[in-house]
Design a protein around this ligand. Structure first.
Ligand code: IVH
Length: 718
């Protein structure tokens, strides 16, 4: 158990603050779930029945004092422990097929010829008859099947092996693009099929959030979509930015549409999103033009596509053509060329990050990968180089996937030159100080041990300091920083604010004129006042990014209080660490360290990283130096009055509001003491329904959660 959790575990329920009770509630629920599993699934209980009852009683007492903690997943709400290890299996009424691939124009022509011959065999097709193809982008996500009975969404399943998939209905219900009820005139029974995916920007944002919270990050949007859909807790899926495009059907009774394009129109009418780039092409020339056009649009689409899908538009013809093994004869995926290329590995460079982490980078003979020239690619870390066994001089395979940094996938054995050497990770930092490199305990990261003295780290830290989410100083780019650093104008962050005093000197430098110096000085002066969260972020404490900095700023409010508390917490942590092992178990951690560990989403790992940082006198000096030169604006802590109208209420806004923006409505609700969330669940206390509201309003009705109109909300919020 973490130290902070231990402090909370020793308190009586009456002594706890709400935040403490929340973490203790989670700890108890997890513990109970673990013991349930040991008892029911593994037949090997670890504790006595009496001790188990004690855990449950404490959990119940917490829920009685803080009823808002009760949710459908609490052990007190379960009659019998349900196994949550896997999803139930669902047999698809009609198999979910896969597609054959065409990788070239010739292979596509082959498909068109096969279709024509097939139809000529089956029906009396005129030699010059037009075979229209419905063309759609091939979304790089995962396919699912949604069953609707009398227009109601009943079961949703993954593809699985094509015949049997996994029941992910509860998770699918949290996705906005999936209607719970169909609109208009629809078949009594229909499986609507399509692709679940994640947009690239949302994926990156989600990864940033995950990283800040020390949670798992994903390699690409497809993996992120799959991982988010296969969550055992639908509440987690609800927080993930999943989207859905519909493009096919399984069982459908009745099935009045005659063409695929007609079906797409119906899908739109029933309330589904259909890819707006879908298009009907009547000749092979049109089809190829479509393919090329999609290739051009591919980089600017918000989501990843890996090709184009062509489907014979007429359903009667589809039926005539039928299937071979698990793929239809009437459809094909025309893939974009794999964005891979071979090139020579000229060297392995070592980059030093702002926290001293050493990253190996492949220095490549420049090569065109999917239209982009690539000369550098990531080799991740020492373990990865070991695993790939790539050596300088090798012919390597490089891959570029969307926005992701190019990667080295491996080497070509036949083309390995005679004399190559296994790569040995450097034992010293490549910086002029050549300080020894330390391997992190248990991790794969190797770090330069030079800390603030390492000139490479100094430059990276300065670069971060002036970057967008931090001080955002325009006109002070990476190259200027390197040059200023080399010439002694910049060493520590505080030096940035001493640059205006050196305006004349800068003006005499090559490439600088009167106007550019004036602009730089103005940009620096404009940042002498900065909000606390940006200030904390800019310092560059390991593990503290934008999101965590915001949380810390909210908690401590004011820069001097924050600094004071960090120093106290550091001393308390050091005192605790200094205790003999035996005494640690019984010892209590100090109040400041306890408070830091208990800040929402901080946790002991991050708190310890802070402890390490503040233990170093020069780090504290950097902050004090900045503090003397700047005005750090406090962040107002959200203090909610006891009589706030919406205290402890969980509010969801849905649909369009006409009199205020969503952000304004949210801010007002928070002022009134509410917590505003994005998805409707049992915990929601109120749903404010604007115009054109969709699934959230329906879900609120299903769960019996009170709703109000915008007008009613305005009255309440007045
Ligand atoms: S049609 C019988 N249309 O590609 C028709 N599939 O390689 C089956 N996919 O499993 C699928 N975009 O996950 C179809 N517009 C699209 C698609 C699409 C992506 C995926 C789908 C399928 C895989 C087959």
């Amino acid at each position: 158990m973490s130290r902070a959790a231990k402090v909370v575990a020793s308190l009586s329920v009456e002594e706890m603050t709400e935040r403490q009770s929340r973490s203790e509630h989670k700890r108890l629920a997890d513990e109970i779930a673990r013991h349930d599993k040991l008892y029911h699934e593994q037949d090997s209980p670890e504790i006595s029945d009496a001790d188990y009852d004690k855990l449950r009683r404490r959990l119940k007492a917490i829920e009685e004092r803080f009823p808002q903690l009760v949710d459908m997943f609490s052990p007190t709400q379960r009659v019998a422990p349900t196994p949550t290890t896997a999803f139930a299996k669902v047999r698809h009424a009609r198999p979910m097929l896969s597609l054959d691939n065409a990788f070239s124009d010739e292979e596509l022509q082959g498909f068109v010829d096969r279709v024509r011959r097939g139809l000529e065999r089956e029906i009396d097709l005129a030699p010059d008859a037009e075979i229209a193809l419905a063309c759609e982008p091939k979304i790089d996500g995962l396919s699912i099947s949604l069953r609707y009975e009398d227009g109601e969404f009943t079961v949703g399943a993954t593809r699985g092996d094509g015949s049997v998939g996994e029941d992910v209905t509860a998770n699918l219900r949290t996705i906005q693009d999936i209607p719970h009820k169909l609109k208009g005139k629809f078949p009594g029974t229909i499986d609507v099929r399509g692709e679940i995916y994640m947009e690239r920007a949302a994926f990156q944002e989600m990864n940033r959030r995950q990283e800040a919270a020390d949670e798992k990050t994903f390699a690409n949007p497809r993996n992120a979509a799959a991982g988010s859909l296969r969550q055992l807790d639908p509440e987690i899926t609800a927080t993930r930015p999943l989207r859905f495009f519909a493009y096919a059907w399984g069982e459908a009774e009745p099935r009045p549409w005659k063409t695929h394009s007609e079906y797409l129109k119906l899908l739109r009418g029933w309330g589904f999103r259909v890819n707006p780039l879908s298009q009907l092409c009547r000749t092979p020339e049109e089809v190829l033009a479509y393919y090329r056009q999609m290739g051009v649009e591919r980089p600017s689409l918000p989501y990843d596509i890996d090709g184009v899908v062509y489907k014979v538009d007429r359903i009667d013809w589809q039926e005539r053509l039928g299937f071979v093994s698990r793929a239809p004869r009437w459809a094909i995926a025309h893939k974009f060329p794999a964005e891979q290329a071979r090139t020579r590995l000229n060297g392995i460079l070592i980059q030093v990050g702002r926290t001293g982490a050493l990253t190996p980078v492949a220095d490549l003979e420049p090569v065109n990968v999917g239209g982009v020239m690539v000369s550098r690619a990531s080799l991740h870390n020492a373990d990865e180089i070991e695993r790939l066994d790539v050596r300088v001089g090798d012919m390597v395979v490089v891959q570029r996937a969307g926005d992701v940094i190019p990667q080295v996938l491996g080497f070509v054995p036949e083309e390995r030159p005679k004399k190559t050497h296994k790569f040995h990770f450097p034992t010293h930092c490549p910086c002029p100080l050549e300080t020894p490199v330390a391997a992190e305990e248990g991790g794969v990261v190797r770090r330069c041990s030079g800390g603030l003295e390492c000139p490479f780290q100094q430059v990276e830290r300065l670069r971060y300091f002036v970057s967008r989410g931090c001080f955002d100083i325009e006109g002070l780019g990476g190259v200027h920083i390197e040059n200023f650093h080399r010439d002694g104008l910049l060493k520590v962050p505080g030096d940035v604010f001493r640059l205006p005093e050196k305006a004349d000197e800068i003006g005499r430098r090559e490439g600088w004129g009167k106007t550019s110096v004036q602009k730089l000085v103005a940009a620096i002066e404009a940042r002498r006042t900065i909000p606390l969260d940006r200030f904390i972020n800019a310092i560059g404490i390991p593990l503290i990014g934008e999101a965590t900095a915001k949380i810390l700023a909210q908690e401590y409010g004011e820069v001097d209080d924050w600094l004071d508390e960090m120093l106290k917490a550091t001393r308390e942590r050091a005192a605790y660490e200094g205790l003999p092992k035996k005494e640690k178990a019984a010892a209590e951690v100090g109040p400041s360290y306890g408070r830091l560990c208990n800040v929402e989403q901080i946790g002991v790992t991050t708190a310890d990283a802070m402890g390490e940082f503040f233990r170093e006198g020069h780090n504290v000096e950097i902050i004090r130096d900045l503090r003397r030169q700047l005005t750090v604006q406090p962040v107002t802590r959200r203090v909610v009055a006891d009589d706030a109208r919406l205290k402890d209420k969980v509010v969801v806004f849905t649909g369009e509001m006409t009199s205020m923006t969503r952000d304004q409505a949210k801010a007002r609700a928070e002022e009134l003491g509410a917590k505003v969330t994005d998805s409707v669940s049992k915990k929601t206390s109120l749903v404010v329904v604007g115009e054109n509201a969709g699934s959230k309003a329906r879900k609120a009705a299903e769960l019996g959660i009170p709703t109000m109109t915008e007008e009613e909300w305005l009255k309440l919020a007045e």
